[in-house]
Design a protein around this ligand. Structure first.
Ligand code: FAD
Ligand code: NAI
Length: 467
């Protein structure tokens, strides 16, 4: 058997490892190259998984502090941050070793080291000790992901001025946490430290939080976060940080110009987006083109401008989400196997894992308005849902947007406990081109939070029953 691989994937994040497994299932001889010591990429090591471990633990702490008593449970919770961080680390380890097992199970050869494309069909791997070897391969997929974006003039030390990576590792709860950027990372990790006792102020350049989300949902969510103690400074930018004293001093000014002011903080989390990661890949030498934002330019089949070189995940255009990367991994493997691999970009759910969660799929009301679509809306508040009342989780609502003429569901947005699970029945409905009536006529178990989804669908027709 030749040593040549059919496919070599650089990066074993959700895009890379899932693509490798699918390709192996389809009979290809597959190699992966990873520069980290463990597989799973940003998501498993320093992203989705550790953040959700801390979000879960801190949510229970918060409930023990504020909700248990209302349910007749008397406790005096005490934080052991070391143990909470250990739970996070253990969760990461069990997930990353799981990927190692899956790669072995699927007979995928894993190389640890920096992957550099020497030429189409040739990937050089440089291990940590400096030793190198070259992999011969028919196709190469770049799945190198993304990295935190920097704020010019503000130096990250990952202890006091941190990205998400440092914010997952803080040794003590900061008294005051300043979050720069009211996006997903800022609000999720801001929630973790707020629940553990930090005073959280969020500075956001735009005049709203969560750009891209339905603006009614974002407004409602901002109110909820304010009730939880978050302070917001919208339409504001951070222009500098003075690190000379024990307390950090951030200079902020209105985005539109105006007087500067100072905000004191013990820790500053910079969460202003992520940038595609292509350093060390040698793309310039092989002539792989990047777009204006540094992403690898691909066609609809993930092929770059160079034959035999493809790219998927955070390093190409589209939402920087693990499940988007995974689906592209599956699609590229199927395309390379001669099948019709495809991702439906119109139906990629997005979830903010706060409490309540915010979940969204398809078009927002802002989108349909802008597109001039004749639409209707069905809504249902969790205050009118029996299960939500029983769980003291009545914050939020379901909003379904349907085409006024055809009744086809165009988008759905939910704020509520467990929204990230509930959104999937809407994703499946949309994949099948379903209507609000299809959903409204589907029997839903009682008492469940999901009944609110059905009620919102009823709201697109003759009206809700319980509100
Ligand atoms: P990555 O996961 O970034 O993996 C790329 C891999 O390539 C890395 O392991 C890197 O070491 C490796 N690599 C890079 N260059 C080379 C090279 N030259 N040679 C060898 N290896 C290389 N998304 C969600 O959907 N849900 C969430 O809840 C969520 N939470 C997040 C929380 C945080 C704090 C962060 C930072 C991100 C979160 N994301 C979440 C986003 C998610 O992590 C990314 O969308 C996802 O990891 C992208 O997958 P990927 O495979 O494209 O790249
Ligand atoms: P983001 O793009 O979600 O939000 C960044 C925010 O920072 C925006 O609101 C932006 O307007 C603001 N901003 C930009 N420059 C600024 C400046 N100079 N001053 C003040 N505000 C500024 O990016 P974030 O939160 O860093 O997350 C990165 C990516 O990771 C996202 O694309 C997201 O998809 C992914 N992610 C997904 C999660 C999930 O699915 N639950 C969780 C965490 C991250």
């Amino acid at each position: 058997m030749s040593d040549k691989f059919d496919l070599t994937i650089i990066g074993t994040g959700p895009g890379g490892y899932v693509g490798a497994i699918r390709a192996a299932q389809l009979g290809m001889k597959v190699a992966v190259v990873e520069k980290r010591a463990t597989h799973g990429g940003t998501c498993l090591n320093i992203g989705c998984i550790p953040s959700k471990a801390l979000l879960h633990a801190s949510e229970l702490f918060e409930e023990a502090n504020h909700t248990f008593a209302k349910l007749g449970i008397q406790v005096e919770p005490e934080l052991n941050l070391g143990d909470m961080l250990k739970h996070k680390d253990d969760t990461v380890k069990s997930n990353t070793t799981g990927i190692e097992f899956l790669l072995k199970k699927n007979k995928i050869t894993a190389f640890l080291g920096l992957g550099t494309i020497e030429a189409p069909g040739k990937v050089k791997v440089t291990a940590d000790d400096g030793s190198t070897q070259t992999i011969e391969t028919t196709n190469i997929v770049i799945a190198t992901g993304s990295d935190s974006a920097n704020l010019p003039g503000i130096e990250i030390d990952e202890e006091r001025v941190v990205t998400s990576t440092g914010a997952l590792e803080l040794k003590e709860v900061p008294k005051k946490l300043l979050v720069v950027g009211a996006g997903v990372i800022g609000l999720e990790l801001g929630s973790v430290w707020s629940r553990l006792g930090a005073e959280v102020t969020v500075v956001e350049y735009l005049d709203r939080i969560l750009p891209g989300m339905d603006s009614e949902i974002a407004k409602n969510f901002q109110r909820t976060l304010k009730k939880q103690g978050f302070k917001f400074k919208l339409g504001t930018k951070v222009t500098g940080v003075d690190k000379s004293g024990d307390v950090l001093k951030a200079t902020v000014e209105p985005a539109a110009g105006g007087d500067a002011e100072e905000i004191e903080a013990d820790v500053i989390l910079v969460a202003i987006g992520r940038t595609p990661y292509t350093q060390g890949l040698g793309l310039e030498a092989v002539g792989v083109e990047l777009d204006e934002r540094g992403r690898v330019k691909t066609d609809a089949h993930y092929k770059s401008n160079v034959d035999g070189i493809y790219a998927i995940g955070d390093v190409i255009v589209g939402p920087m989400l693990a499940h988007k990367a995974e689906d592209e991994g599956v699609a590229i493997a199927e395309i390379l196997a001669g099948q019709a691999g495809h991702v439906n970009y119109g139906v990629i759910p997005g979830v903010v894992y706060t409490n309540p969660e915010v979940a969204s799929v398809g078009q927002t009301e802002d989108d349909v308005k802008e597109a001039g679509i004749d639409y209707k809306i069905g809504k249902f508040n969790f205050t009118a849902n029996g299960r939500a009342k029983a769980m003291l989780s009545t914050d939020g609502f379901v909003k379904i947007i349907a085409d006024k003429n055809t009744d086809r569901v165009l988008g759905a947005h939910i704020i509520g406990k467990g929204a990230g699970e509930m959104i999937h029945e809407l994703a499946v409905l949309m994949e099948f081109g379903g209507s609000a009536e299809d959903l409204a006529r589907t029997c839903h178990a009682h008492p469940t939070m999901s009944e609110a989804v059905r009620e919102a669908a009823l709201g697109c027709g003759d009206g809700t029953i319980h509100m």
